[in-house]
Design a protein around this ligand. Structure first.
Ligand code: AMP
Ligand code: MG
Length: 421
């Protein structure tokens, strides 16, 4: 078998996998399909935003000069000669003793330069609408309560740059600029193959010695969360030829192939041999726990990642190494989940020299500091403690004692990489 470095650091493993995946091609989609995804092109507005100067308030359009001497004991009275609802406009003159009633969003008449909101205007005669007389008891300034034309963008200007993640507000911004379809990087098609002769589909009640294949579904969920399009392929028995055929077939239909199980050195562990036989084996072991046995290689030009079978080990391998790769393929530029330093709530120690990721729950104290409580059961065979946790507590390489109160780094679960804490 090809000789690859025995045990590499998590950082090296991530860098290795990232260096073997490429940005996928772009596809054009409707703006509602681009939420949370990366723009693959510069997007431009076809008009000025705002398209025209308009009122930001329901009020009265005036020229500030008309109200120069207005005061509580010397109010200025003006005749309301017109009213402009949103969608209409007024192009006439406004005499020195006149004003125009205007609604939010209606174009500012050329003859006016200021909007005075209703609330500070008193009605002298009529109902305040066209034909009424109203009084102003304060001066106004030119530009008051006006949103100017082109204040956000000019026609032809780039409004979202290639590489930006488009959020919900971005969808509003784009549509205001006339962009209803745009290019984004294609979602990676991910094949998920569980290997293990003990595995049965989750719809079955396991017989003697059998367990349900939960990894495939957890990994599919992780893939969806990473923006990918997973397909759960049939369970492969612990048999070299069966696994090789399944992996080979998947490499021609998918952008990334993930297996779980059979990644160590047991008699029935075949993924390393399959990758070595069918392609190029690049990695077998990573200095982390859970999840030392992490296989990676290229088969048929497609990245193939062999995760361990233990649920927490498979989950961590996906989270720490595969997720960044799937994100790179979609054009994201952040690959680290947010971290927080927290005080341990209870004593912890480790003998294993690997970097350990313990499952834990972070809480915030009244003084703003964080405390982290390790999950009682740290078995790598369980998904439950991860479901109930909100972080991984990082116990650095080497043996160590960590009494309660020790401050440790915690990696937040399920929080997008772009979030700044
Ligand atoms: P392996 O990595 O194949 O040695 O498997 C390690 C442990 O994980 C064993 O207890 C397996 O039964 C369990 N396991 C393997 N594959 C899966 C799976 N798809 N779903 C749940 N548990 C699994
Ligand atoms: Mg197995």
């Amino acid at each position: 078998m090809t000789v690859v470095p025995e045990m590499i650091s998590l950082e090296d493993a991530r860098a290795l996998v990232l260096s073997h995946v490429e940005l996928l091609d772009a596809e054009e989609v409707g703006v509602l399909e681009v939420i949370g995804r990366v723009a693959a092109e510069n997007l431009k507005s076809d008009i000025d935003i705002a398209p025209f100067a308009h009122s930001a308030m329901d009020g009265f359009a005036v020229r500030a000069a008309q109200l120069a001497n207005a005061a509580p004991d010397a109010s200025v009275e003006l005749d309301v000669i017109e009213e402009i609802p949103a969608g209409s406009f007024y192009e006439g003159e406004i005499g020195d003793t006149e004003c125009v009633r205007i609604m939010t969003g209606a174009p500012l008449p050329d003859a006016a330069d200021s909007i005075v909101k209703y609330e500070i205007v008193s009605v002298v005669a009529g109902d305040g609408r066209k034909g009424s007389r109203v009084a102003f008891s304060k001066p106004a300034s030119a530009g008051d309560n006006i949103r100017s034309a082109g204040e956000e963008a000019k026609a032809g200007e780039v409004i979202v740059h290639a590489g930006e993640v488009i959020h919900s507000a971005g969808v509003g911004f784009l549509t205001s600029c006339g962009v209803t379809r745009c290019k984004t990087y294609r979602r990676p098609k991910v094949a998920i193959i569980a290997t293990g002769s003990e595995l049965v589909d989750p719809t079955k009640v396991p017989g003697k010695g059998q367990i349900r294949n939960s990894n495939s579904y957890a990994l599919a969920a992780c893939a969806i969360d990473a923006g990918a399009l997973p397909t759960v392929l049939p369970i492969s028995a612990d048999d070299f030829d069966t696994l090789k055929a399944a992996v080979m077939a998947a490499t021609s239909d998918y952008d990334f192939v993930i297996t779980s199980g059979g990644a160590a050195n047991g008699d029935y562990d075949f993924i390393k041999k399959v990758v070595d036989d069918a392609g190029e084996l690049l990695m077998t072991t990573v200095n982390m726990r859970p999840g030392k046995a992490q296989t990676f290689g290229i088969v048929n030009g497609t990245p193939v990642f062999g995760l361990p079978g233990n649920p927490a080990a498979a989950y961590l391998g996906f989270e720490m190494i595969i997720r960044p790769a799937l994100r790179k393929m979609q054009g994201y530029s952040h690959f680290e989940r947010p971290h927080i330093s927290a005080k341990l709530a209870s004593d912890t120690k480790k003998k294993d020299p690997r970097r350990i990721f313990d499952r834990g729950t972070l809480t915030k104290e009244a003084d703003g500091s964080y405390v982290v409580t390790p999950a009682k059961n740290q078995s790598s065979g369980l998904f439950g403690p991860i479901q109930r946790s909100n972080c991984f507590i990082v116990l650095p390489e080497g043996p160590g004692q960590y009494p309660a109160g020790t401050v440790l780094d915690c990696v937040l679960l399920d929080i997008p990489e772009e979030v700044v804490l």
